[in-house]
Design a protein around this ligand. Structure first.
Ligand SMILES: Nc1ncnc2c1ncn2[C@@H]1O[C@H](COP(=O)(O)OP(=O)(O)OP(=O)(O)O)[C@@H](O)[C@H]1O
Ligand SMILES: [Mg+2]
Length: 222
């Protein structure tokens, strides 16, 4: 088991209602193995992105734990958690997360710039090629379509060959052909050993899944 959630829960303050909170993710256990793709479906607002952000080490749970390999994410100090997030977790966030001041290639190479050490330019170019956006390497993110930005985000998440890949609607806004490409690239990351969690409404995502779970009002069901 690479990625585990134990009794993981998130409460938020309800917007506009002072001091009132609600549970966006009810205590849940989840395990994703190496080479496994788990797809999570569910209605808008059911808690999928909240769960994914907690698993990614980006959102402090109200209670419970997230374990990656032998590491308990929220028991680490901030520096260790940042390093782990950058090197061992590949996140494809919902929406556009590109930095406008960098080129597409530089955006993809960010994880290696943060890590320092060996250049990964060749790997970055390879991923752009696989994702069909090699010709956009030197463009600025502002010049890309939504679907092209999504593919650049996929390349960045996979750059360092992370142990776990957490993808939030990675095929949103893509046509069938490019959805397929993205799903196949993600599937290959799993085949190479990554534990993959994929949030997606799209039927097609299920074709690369080993397991499909459904989130309903903060409760995860098989
Ligand atoms: N920072 C926040 N503060 C308060 N409430 C929040 C916060 N983030 C999300 N929520 C609420 O928590 C619930 C779950 O949100 P979440 O973004 O996890 O849903 P989702 O399943 O990813 O939805 P979608 O499919 O639209 O992306 C929603 O009711 C949302 O309004
Ligand atoms: Mg979401």
């Amino acid at each position: 088991m690479v990625l585990k959630a134990r009794e993981l829960r998130k409460d938020y303050l309800r917007a506009g209602k002072k001091g009132m909170s609600f549970t966006a993710v009810h205590p849940l256990d989840l395990e994703v193995s190496a080479s496994e793709v788990v797809v999570i479906r569910g209605h808008s607002g059911s808690g999928k992105s909240t769960l994914l952000a907690m698993l990614a080490g980006m959102l402090l749970p109200t209670s419970g734990r997230v374990l990656l390999g032998g590491d308990d994410l929220y028991a680490l100090d901030e520096a260790a958690l940042s390093r782990l997030r950058n090197e061992r977790i590949g996140v494809i966030p919902q929406g556009n997360s590109a930095l406008r001041s960098l080129s597409v290639l530089e955006n993809v190479m960010l994880p290696s710039m943060i890590r320092g050490g060996g250049a990964t330019r060749v790997r970055a170019e390879e991923l752009l090629e696989e994702l069909g956006i090699a010709q956009l390497a030197d463009s600025s993110p502002q010049e890309l379509s939504g679907g092209e930005l999504r593919r650049a985000a996929v390349a960045r998440a996979l750059l360092l060959g992370p142990e776990t890949v957490l993808a939030d609607e990675p095929t949103a806004g893509l046509d069938t052909k490019n959805s397929r490409i993205v799903l196949e690239v993600i599937r290959r990351a799993a085949d190479a050993g990554a534990a993959v969690l994929l949030v997606s409404h799209e039927e097609e995502a299920q074709s690369v899944a080993d397991r499909v779970l459904t989130m309903e009002d903060g409760v995860l069901r098989a």
